[in-house]
Design a protein around this ligand. Sequence first.
Ligand SMILES: [Zn+2]
Length: 389
Amino acid sequence: MSSLLVRNVGELVTNDPTLGDGTPLGLLRDAALVVEGGRVVWVGPSADAPAADAVQDVGGRAVIPGFVDSHSHLVFAGDRSAEFAARMSGTPYSAGGIRTTVAATRAATDEQLTAHVARHVEEMRRQGTTTVEIKSGYGLTVRDEARALAIARAFTEETTFLGAHVVPEEYATDPAGYVDLVTGPMLAAAAGHARWIDVFCETGAFDVDQARTILEAGAAAGLRGRLHANQLGHGPGVQLACDLELVAVDHCTFLDDRDVAALGDTGTVATLLPGVEFSTRSPYPDARRLLDAGVVVALASDCNPGSCYTSSMPLCVALAVREMRMTPAEALWAATAGGARALARDDVGRLAPGSCAHFAVLDAPSYVHLAYRPGVPLVLDVHGPRPPA
Ligand SMILES: [Zn+2]
């Protein structure tokens, strides 16, 4: 097994407070790391670095853990740019929406969907993302949900069954019948391809009782729960996530004091998705209120064809800093270690002995440039898993 020494790192973000400057980012200046067999085996000052079989000199640039994008919807077909253009032009647009994507996804071949996911995972990797969670939710039949998850599984272990995304057209008059389908044959077909189960708990999608039923059925089938909640208005979803002690609850745009207290008490991660508010021109969640209350905050892309078609974690970091008043350090932590917490992973989102050797070299002297230079492609090199060819 050959080893690689990455040296002359001007600023190394370890996300391990014991390794660096004592802050949550665990910053080390003039640092080096050694990787072997896909794992980090040594981290420390460049001057003390041990010999290795190969050397990469990064010329004083910053190195950060690969982004952990804990929320995406990559298995889809079709294009909704016209809907976006209409929304941005202020023209009411009622046709289409998610059902357009469901129809296009059902009509696509396995090969088309696989190629589409591959293109997006590669696009994410080029922007520094080395771990991505991928949801189903545009099939909404037993066959199409299982198919979406089987396709996603080829790219990531972090697959999420989201049969409860919306009630499909054919069940419009029988939503209870659709919940029975999701918790019965659809869950049975999906469970073998998924690690997680998720529900869109929102007015117009699934109510809190339906969400509880679906999450409990998922837990009985061995899937861990996560939830879309409190995105479009205040609702009971965040409380449900905390009651069930879910790992993460995502969106969290509309919260009351009880929600914030419950998140702080339970340690359920609040995953904020600022690309959605940016792309829909909506008010951002109050990140400061969560952070000041001690809530664990993650940032993720929510990459999907409707409300947010960005795959860029650097953009999410820049939005979190500029629009949500997170500090650059808080935003980077949330996009790496926070994402790992949201996926209950301790092997990614940090660079310390034993962790996965998943990292990005920035063409910049500091991680702060991710927010300081928005829109600039600063990711120069990525070490991490390669998507299947
Ligand atoms: Zn989502």
